[in-house]
Design a protein around this ligand. Structure first.
Ligand SMILES: Cc1cc2nc3c(=O)[nH]c(=O)nc-3n(C[C@H](O)[C@H](O)[C@H](O)COP(=O)(O)OP(=O)(O)OC[C@H]3O[C@@H](n4cnc5c(N)ncnc54)[C@H](O)[C@@H]3O)c2cc1C
Length: 386
């Protein structure tokens, strides 16, 4: 077992750290305060090659391995979860789906623009009445001569208001249940496609979240990605990459919580000594360190398996479950170390605490991850009651 990163991975990690400190960290608080989706910063992420990190070079991507991808996502996640969400959605949910399931024509049409940030993509799986039970899609796709007509609604879609292409999951034949699902790459300027911003989020104020309406949206046959009936498989394979990315981002929140707490504990004095010299404060720091390490190693293991082309669904769920829960714990402890100062946004920990909350919800709740892990252990499916 080799826990060392290669020289190239070290370099990627260092340059992502430098980029985050120089470009992402200085804007994070203002973007959060102003609820600003910072498209200029998205352009800089693209320029760094982060939006197509795991996309093969022939399609304009950086062609990185999954462990390297985790390293850069961790750094962006330490800086700003709203920007990390952009990387996760664009790279993992949209690009990796097209790489795996798209036709050559679809790859050529979308991937280069997605990698350069010329186009943003969104992932439309969740609906107003369909969340954890993702196979139960109400959005309908009806075959027409030479194409499809899609009607329905999508909810909670990250980057939905800015995307040029939406990966939309729809039911072609309700009687076939999940075997009737299909995935479509829908240009968002198609007639009948509209979006609305969702306001009032607890965190991720710098990210864009939308509801989508598809009102008899007509697309041609070449919008269908994969075969009819493969929609559910496509969604699950996208989530395999997306959950990994969310987990890596949460390692960044853990690390950021730890670093901010150590700095503050050394500087803040009470009872004529730095608070870091109190055992109970060190205990909080030690808990953060242990959870950060454990989360990171679980992410790296899942990445290692992905790089080997080996099955990694269970290990990805384990990493996602652990890292997202660790993110909640570490950001909570970090506020405790900061005392009252942790309750305002002078320090990043207040934002970490709000931003991390969604990570145990999206891309499969913690309960859903446990059901995936439990199914792997027992061979019994508690996810879909029979
Ligand atoms: C900010 C934000 C961004 C998002 N971005 C996207 C996006 O880009 N694309 C997209 O498609 N979706 C997105 N989502 C949606 C997200 O993936 C869903 O919210 C999530 O899958 C949970 O679905 P739900 O909200 O409908 O909750 P529900 O499925 O209604 O779950 C409610 C509760 O019931 C529990 N539950 C449900 N079923 C079971 C079961 N079988 N056993 C045990 N417990 C169960 C859940 O764990 C949860 O605690 C986003 C959500 C948010 C908040």
């Amino acid at each position: 077992m080799d826990f060392d990163l290669s020289d190239e991975q070290q370099l990627i990690r260092e340059s992502a750290r430098e980029f985050t400190d120089k470009e992402v960290v200085p804007r994070a608080r203002e973007n959060d305060r102003n609820h600003h989706f910072d498209t200029e910063l998205v352009g800089k992420l693209a320029h760094q090659g982060y939006l197509g990190a795991i996309v093969p070079k022939e399609y304009g991507g950086a062609g990185l391995d999954y462990v390297s991808y985790a390293l850069l996502v961790e750094e962006i996640g330490r800086g700003c979860s709203a920007m990390r969400t952009v990387v996760s959605v664009q790279t993992s949910l949209v690009c990796s789906s097209i790489v795996r399931w798209g036709s050559e024509e679809q790859k050529q049409r979308w991937l280069p623009d997605l990698c350069t940030g010329e186009a943003l993509g969104c992932f439309g799986l969740t609906e107003p009445d369909t969340g954890s039970d993702a196979a139960n899609q109400k959005t309908r796709a009806r075959k027409t001569d030479g194409g499809w007509t899609i009607s329905g609604a999508k909810m909670w879609i990250s980057m939905g208001n800015h995307a040029k292409v939406a990966l939309i999951f729809a039911q072609t034949d309700p009687e076939l249940k999940h075997r009737g699902l299909a995935a479509f790459l829908v240009p968002t300027d198609t007639k009948g496609f509209s979006t609305q911003e969702i306001h009032g989020k607890m965190g991720l104020h710098g990210s864009d979240t939308a509801s989508l309406a598809l009102d008899d949206v007509e697309v041609s046959d070449d919008a269908l990605m994969g075969e009819v009936g493969e929609g559910f498989k496509i969604a699950m394979s996208a989530l395999d990459s997306g959950r990994y990315s969310v987990a890596a981002g949460c390692v960044g929140i853990c690390q950021g919580s730890l670093e901010a707490s150590v700095a503050y504990a050394k500087e803040r004095e009470q009872f004529d000594r730095p608070i870091g010299s109190f055992q109970l404060v060190q205990a909080m720091i030690a808990d953060m360190r242990v959870q950060t390490d454990a989360a990171r190693l679980l992410v790296w293991r899942a990445g290692y398996l992905k790089d080997q082309g080996r099955p990694s669904t269970t290990e990805t769920s384990i990493a996602k479950l652990y890292a997202t829960e660790a993110g909640q714990n570490c950001s909570h402890l970090a506020i405790q170390v900061h005392g009252g100062s942790g309750y305002v946004d002078d320090h990043p920990v207040e934002r970490y605490y709000r931003d991390v909350r969604v990570t145990t919800l999206y891309e499969g709740t913690s309960q859903i991850q446990k059901l995936i892990i439990g199914r792997a252990e027992t061979g019994l499916n508690a996810l879909v009651p029979s």
